[in-house]
Design a protein around this ligand. Structure first.
Ligand code: NBG
Length: 836
């Protein structure tokens, strides 16, 4: 199960001398391990009170992680001191999600501590792999949006930007996914049951926030009591964000909710001990769990309070920091840039305005200008079901002052619309912050756009559609606010760390400058046809596949053949992402092999990974179908060894780090116009997979960079999807495309559900009866053809490797360093602040 060979990695540190490196961290003569005085030994003995030799693997992990934290601690403090002293403009990134994953290997890499760790591991005869396995994934996010936030924090630190992330410290991260009889089931991810060695509690920096109602727990459910104001305490927990090279160590500050320290003694002495504690319980349940919905807004009250809690704690904290070094409120936008990651923190608009009006006592015009010039908003999806709209009644109950401010913002907004577009009632309705109806709602996207100076989408096509369709009227009103920032991913985690063999080959060819300047990968282009570089790249892929196969056997007992094509589709399960399109392609291949067992076909292993939102039934049926497909194929001697389907349960950052380097093919097959950007697409490309994809999200820009001839694009474009909506009929494809029909017939014949009659009927409804909203049937044949072209290429290993290298060489644009540099210069106006 060798998964990470970090210790074999030759990334040059530039600092040959370990003591010189430790000096950078202000560690003096401190030793990492190897003596009674070593950090490792001291943590084992003094933190865990354990005799050497009696420690468990978890104890060892904790001691190593704490020792790494010791090494970075002084620079972490120095980073903050430098910012305090130099008082630069800071970036604050507000996000309900940070999908961090594991930190140990990443921190060691970024601190350039490989050699130190190598020595300690050898000296103590530790298994590095086993140590890494002890760390739970910090899964404080659902998918792309949360992982993007984590990549952004790392890039900001690598670029020496004075940046800070603000989020919530969920006690339970995204649920763990199990699979039983093919069905997804969820169980809680109690990741903080064991103490996390990275976080530092800062009770001295606590914040108290007010709500205009109270909550009580009665019969296990939370109930709001109107007219009785209450308060909540936010306690920050800080985590270090290590920039590559270990010079800048920024902070990710996560809030944990608590009840005020006082007790209701009246109730207590009256005998209602439990009642007095209920308040504590209800306050603490606020940050207990991450909502597991990706691309839908479930509109639950607890989520509303979570969002306000994040905003109120973070703004109070950053305003306090501003006031420590600045006397004049008018300087606020020169000292703080606040980025709203989706609409989730959009209550920052009325909250900042409230602070400026009620606390700073500024007039409306000045307060409003400061609010707008400080805030900026990123939109991550066009799906209507994801756009948050909170009941106006909830604002009225909990945050009446905020509601008052929203009314006034709206009054002024609609006056402006009236002046500029007199008589255009429809426009007024659409632009309004308030959606009328039986239950009036506040449109959070409109609020975020109106109350900020920048609105960006996350890939060129997405920003364009946002402007031209989703919020067209607002874009016409404020054309200068709209811009695009194509997503990126950090090349440290997603190439240097997860793919040591390919990293080594690249570094040997062009040096290691790519680690902090990914555009240097373009220097690989001239090597695309170079025999020895091609051999190294091919060998690195073969190694990664073998490692993955070993891990899979070790972790699940499943055997796969590393000499088959590894063909992957990993992301949240959603109709628009079209896992079903790939599943139908597999059924078509299965039919071909059953009809003609002698047919020549390069054997393939198909990987699926992803979680379904617990209430999204159709997505769960898709998971069930994939698992049944896998079982049927395994049980069929005609196809065994030629097709193999693997559903990887509990897909997470750590599984992505294993699978992506091992994949030959990346499927990015959303219905065009629906995937805002995608980010796994970029990770696959960087790791030398070839992409079969629709013209959607950032995949379009990836193909531009690599050259379309090195991509396998297929299917309807976003315009074609939109313009054929009115007349599209999946039945036409069923009637006229024999292979598609045979595939559906086989599914509906019960072939994959022998003892579960009717279980896949909802798939028939989705694909045929209900009109196939995501146009699987239109794209199935072109998709199969794209894969045929790809299969033909695979047969020529030199031609394949050449394209793979051209893909790696073209992936430089998709570093989150580039994305963050664009945000910093174009939106935030934040510059690097070097820590001496
Ligand atoms: C997701 C999009 C992805 C995109 C990420 C990061 C949400 C709401 N949106 O396409 O679906 O890559 O955001 O921008 O999670």
């Amino acid at each position: 199960m060798a998964t990470k060979t970090l210790l074999e990695r030759p990334l040059s540190t530039g600092l040959q001398d370990i003591s010189q490196l430790l000096q950078q961290y202000g560690c003096g003569p401190v030793q990492f391990a190897g003596s009674d005085n070593g950090l490792y030994e001291r943590h084992l003995l003094f933190d865990n009170a354990i005799a050497m030799g009696e420690e468990t693997p978890r104890d060892r992990f904790e001691a190593v992680a704490r020792s790494v934290r010791d090494i970075l601690a002084q620079r972490w403090v120095l980073t903050e001191q430098t910012y305090e002293r130099q008082n630069p403009k800071r970036l604050y990134y507000l996000s309900m999600e940070f999908l961090i994953g594991r930190s140990l290997a990443n921190n060691v890499t970024n601190l350039l501590l490989d050699d130190v760790i190598k020595e300690a591991v050898t000296q103590k005869a530790l298994s590095w792999i086993d140590l890494l396995e002890q760390e739970p994934d910090a899964a404080l996010g659902n998918g792309g949006l949360g992982r993007l936030a984590a990549c952004f924090m790392e890039s900001a630190a690598t670029l020496h930007l004075p940046a800070m992330g603000y989020g919530l410290r969920y006690e339970y991260g995204l649920f763990k996914q199990g699979v039983r009889d093919g069905w997804q089931y969820e169980h809680p991810d109690n990741w903080l049951r064991v103490q996390d060695p990275w976080e530092v509690a800062r009770p001295n920096d606590k914040v108290e926030i007010g709500l205009n109602c109270s909550f009580e727990v009665r019969g296990g459910s939370l109930r709001a009591i109107a007219g009785r104001p209450s308060s909540l305490i936010g306690i920050p927990f800080d985590r270090p964000v290590v920039g590559y090279g270990g010079k800048t160590i920024n902070t990710l500050r996560l809030w944990s909710a608590h009840a005020p320290d006082y007790f209701d003694f009246k109730e207590f002495s009256g005998g209602d001990f439990v009642g007095a504690l209920a308040e504590t319980l209800s306050a603490e349940s606020l940050t207990r769990v991450l909502y597991p919905d990706d691309s839908t807004s479930m509109g639950q009250g607890l989520r509303f309070v979570q969002e306000y809690f994040l905003v109120a704690c973070s703004l109070a904290d950053l305003v306090r920091r501003f006031q420590r070094s600045n006397a004049d409120w008018s300087a606020f936008p020169q000292k703080a840039a606040i980025q709203l990651n989706d609409t989730h923190p959009a209550m920052a608009v009325p909250e900042l305005l409230r602070i400026l009006l009620d606390v700073a006592r500024l007039g409306w015009d000045e307060a409003w200008e400061i609010t707008k010039s400080t805030l900026a908003y990123t939109n991550h999806t066009l799906l209507p079901e994801a756009l948050e709209k909170w009941p106006l009644a909830w604002f009225d109950l909990m945050l009446p002052r905020h509601l008052e401010l929203i009314y006034e913002i709206n009054r002024r907004l609609l006056d402006e619309v009236q002046n500029r577009f007199p008589g255009d009632e429809g426009r007024i309705q659409r632009v309004s912050l308030i959606e009328d109806g039986a239950e009036p709602r506040i449109r959070m996207a409109n609020l975020a756009i109106v109350g900020s100076h920048s609105t960006n989408g996350v890939a060129a096509i997405h920003s364009d559609l946002l402007r031209k369709t989703t919020v067209k009227d607002l874009a016409e009103l404020f054309p200068n606010r709209f811009n695009n920032k194509t997503n990126g991913v950090t090349p440290r985690r997603w190439l240097a760390l997860c793919n040591p063999a390919l990293s080594k080959a690249i570094t040997e060819a062009i040096g290691d400058g790519w680690i902090t300047d990914l555009s240097q990968l373009s220097r690989l282009k001239p090597l695309a046809a170079d025999r020895s570089f091609g051999d190294a790249v091919r060998k690195s892929k073969r190694d990664a596949k073998a490692r993955f196969a070993d891990w899979l056997r070790w972790s699940s007992g499943q055997a796969i053949d590393p000499d088959t094509i590894f063909d992957s589709h990993v992301k949240r399960i959603h109709e628009y992402k079209r896992q079903m399109l790939m599943a139908l392609r597999i059924v078509v291949l299965y039919n071909r092999l059953r009809e003609n067992p002698q047919m020549e076909m390069i054997p393939r292993t198909f990987f699926f990974g992803g979680k379904a939102a617990p209430a999204y039934h159709l997505a769960k049926i898709i998971i069930k179908f994939i698992n049944n497909l896998a079982g049927t194929i395994d049980g069929d001697p005609d196809v065994r060894g030629r097709l193999k389907v693997v559903f990887l349960p509990d897909y997470c950052v750590s599984i992505a780090e294993r699978l992506i380097p091992a994949s030959d093919v990346s499927n990015q097959i959303s219905t065009a116009g629906y995937e805002a950007s995608g980010t796994s697409n970029m990770k696959f490309m960087m790791n030398g997979a070839l992409t079969v994809g629709t013209r959607d999200g950032a995949t379009i820009e990836m193909a531009e960079e690599a050259g379309e001839e090195n991509f396998f694009l297929f299917g309807l474009t976003a315009e074609q999807v939109a313009s054929s909506r009115g007349w599209y009929k999946p039945q036409w494809h069923y009637a006229n495309e024999p292979e598609s029909r045979a595939a559906l017939d086989l599914v509906f014949s019960g072939h994959f559900s022998r003892n579960e009659p009717g279980v896949f009927n909802p798939l028939r409804d989705m694909l045929l009866t209900d009109g196939d909203s995501y146009m699987h049937m239109a794209d199935l044949t072109p998709y199969i053809q794209a894969h045929e072209a790809l299969g033909a290429l695979y047969a020529d290993k030199f031609a394949w490797t050449r394209k793979a290298i051209l893909n790696v060489a073209g992936s430089g644009k998709f570093s989150s360093d580039r994305t963050i540099a664009e945000y910093a210069s174009q939106i935030w106006k934040v510059s690097p602040c070097l820590v001496p």
